[in-house]
Ligand binder design. Structure first.
Ligand code: OOB
Length: 524
């Protein structure tokens, strides 16, 4: 059953998650649980208390309401790590207008599609990011309202979206509160509907597991719009437990380390390439990182050898996080033996998370064997938004989500990620759908066929390699030309190939599909 593109949990599970206390009536807009005078958010020289942030969120919500945004609407939000992101997020969820969280790196190809799919009434963006002008992108979009943080030109400045707070109808806890983006395995990105109650559980249970509290100072170095930095436990988990969030523009040591020292940051979440960069940078940097208590590493596989180095080198505890925007989160626990922290990607957050490890026929594998991870639970989606055909493949009849990840389960319940079955490249935590990139490459006049694979890389985990078959009589485009071509198509740059290989035919599987395994083997 779907309602307006959203698949709810069946009634028996809904009753169970409520009875177990996971699902409450708390709303995403009510997450601010700090003392009014306590410091909630630090961005550059701006320091906002909980009272300041609450008031800015309420005034912005009233401003959005005055523009005509209502419960049930959607707004595509594309903001970097700014106070505006936090305020806009809180304002929208308070109105019950769901933010569709795009990443700052997305370009016209992704943003246009997200606006169309979600029928967004507003696009809320920054003015620019280096050379890139979001306002130029906004001019091409089919939305009623464009709201810009910074220099707005002909659009509505975010600062002017401000009015005296008024009462508005509250959303229902079972409404979709926010849409996250899927890493994707298909030609077009997928939207993940997260309800108020499932996402509140996600962030609150994560905050408890990680031991967050009033003394927590959480440094955000990943994009705030990514699930990991937003709610695992992330920005929202910190707000729910009364701590302080510090926003950094990036994870580069020369930006992040001075902030750790200045704000005495205690917790930070990073992807493996950033962790490796930090391991190297601490050997020469002279910032004081002694406040750091916990480094969460996730988004891609962290090598056990590197994991073992982190506690001594950075003077903090390590936590591995194997999560997904679709829901399921696995964490190593703060009191797990070091061996499990180094070698595994953690175990499920919730006692109500159900996991199955299955073979190609969907049969459970023997304990300890590698198989595909299937899962359902109180914060794992039951269907992508408006994607019935894809949903038929991505879920089992009894509602388990097929993660496409290959794992091994230890007797303790800890999972080790052994690989991937889905047609996706994980480039240091950035996910690239092979099919999406292939479709863009096929639009090039010289390219007859394209197949995209991941190549192992010591820093990024994987890099992207595109195998191309060139049309007769045409010249193969070089890497530079190919990237320029993809840029004109409005594709996010992190999806560009790192390497091109030309070939005359693709190896096939017995059923005639391109064998990416054999293609990858050609590179060795
Ligand atoms: C996180 O979320 P997404 O949606 O960007 O990507 C999910 C996928 C997983 O299905 C898996 O393939 C991969 O990313 N992944 C890992 C991993 N964490 C994620 N693979 C190996 N080891 C890990 N530790 O990436 C995400 C969401 C919430 C918290 C943390 C990460």
């Amino acid at each position: 059953m779907t309602v307006d593109g959203f698949t709810p949990w069946p009634a028996d599970l809904e009753a169970r998650y409520k009875a177990e206390g996971h699902w409450t009536d708390r709303l995403l807009g009510d997450v601010l649980h700090g003392d009014p005078d306590a410091l909630a958010l630090v961005v550059g020289d701006d320091r906002l208390t909980y009272a300041d942030l609450d008031s800015r969120a309420a005034r912005t919500a009233a401003g959005l309401l005055a523009l005509g945004l209502r419960r049930g609407d959607r707004a595509v939000v594309q903001l970097p790590n700014t106070a505006g992101f936090v305020v806009v997020f809180l304002a929208l969820v308070r109105l019950g207008a769901a933010p569709v969280l795009a990443l700052p790196a997305h370009r016209e190809s992704e943003i246009r599609y997200l606006c169309e799919l979600s029928e967004a009434r507003a696009y809320i963006c920054a003015d620019r990011d280096g050379d890139f002008d979001y306002r130029a992108l906004a001019r091409t979009l089919p939305v009623e309202h464009v709201i810009v943080e910074g220099e707005a030109e002909e659009f509505t400045p975010l600062a002017s979206v401000d009015a005296d707070p008024v009462a508005a109808p509250a959303p229902d806890p079972s409404d979709v509160g926010v849409f996250l983006l899927s890493g994707g395995t298909t030609g077009l990105p997928k939207l993940i509907p997260r309800t108020h109650r499932d996402y509140v559980y996600n962030l609150a249970a994560s905050a408890e597991l990680c031991g967050l509290g009033r003394d927590t100072v959480y440094l955000v170095v990943l994009p705030a719009a990514h699930n990991f930095a937003l709610a695992c436990p992330g920005i929202l988990g910190v707000f729910a437990t009364g701590g302080t969030v510090v926003l950094s523009p990036s994870g580069a040591p020369d930006e992040a380390f001075p902030l750790i020292e200045r704000e005495r940051a205690t917790v930070c979440a990073v992807v493996p390439p950033i962790a490796l960069l930090w391991l190297d940078a601490v050997t020469w940097s002279d910032e004081d990182l002694s406040s750091l208590e916990l480094l969460q590493v996730g988004g891609a596989k962290l090598a056990a050898e590197r994991a073992a180095e982190i506690p001594a080198a950075l003077g903090c505890r390590l936590q591995q996080v194997f999560g997904m925007a679709e829901g399921l989160l696995n964490y190593t626990r703060l009191d797990d033996p070091q061996d499990l922290v180094e070698r595994t990607q953690g175990r499920p957050l919730s006692p109500s998370d159900e996991v199955r490890v299955v073979d190609e026929d969907g049969e459970q594998v023997a304990p300890g064997e590698v198989g595909e991870l299937l899962t359902r639970g109180p914060y794992t989606l039951r269907g992508y938004y408006r994607a019935p055909e894809h949903n038929a493949r991505s879920f089992t009849p009894d509602g388990f989500y097929r993660t496409g990840d290959l794992v091994r389960e230890l007797p303790s319940g800890h999972l080790i990620v052994e690989g991937r079955e889905k047609d996706q490249i994980n480039r240091g935590g950035d996910k690239i759908s092979a099919e999406e990139l292939e479709n863009h490459l096929l639009a090039h006049p010289a390219i007859h066929d394209a197949a995209v694979v991941g190549v192992p890389d010591p820093v990024m985990g994987e890099r992207t390699c595109a195998f191309l078959i060139i049309r007769e009589g045409e010249k193969a485009p070089g890497l530079r030309e190919t990237k320029d071509f993809l840029r004109t198509r409005g594709l996010a740059a992190y999806k560009f190939p790192d390497r091109l290989e030309t070939t005359t035919e693709f190896p096939r599987t017995p059923v005639g599909k391109i064998s990416k395994k054999l293609l990858t083997a050609r590179l060795r």
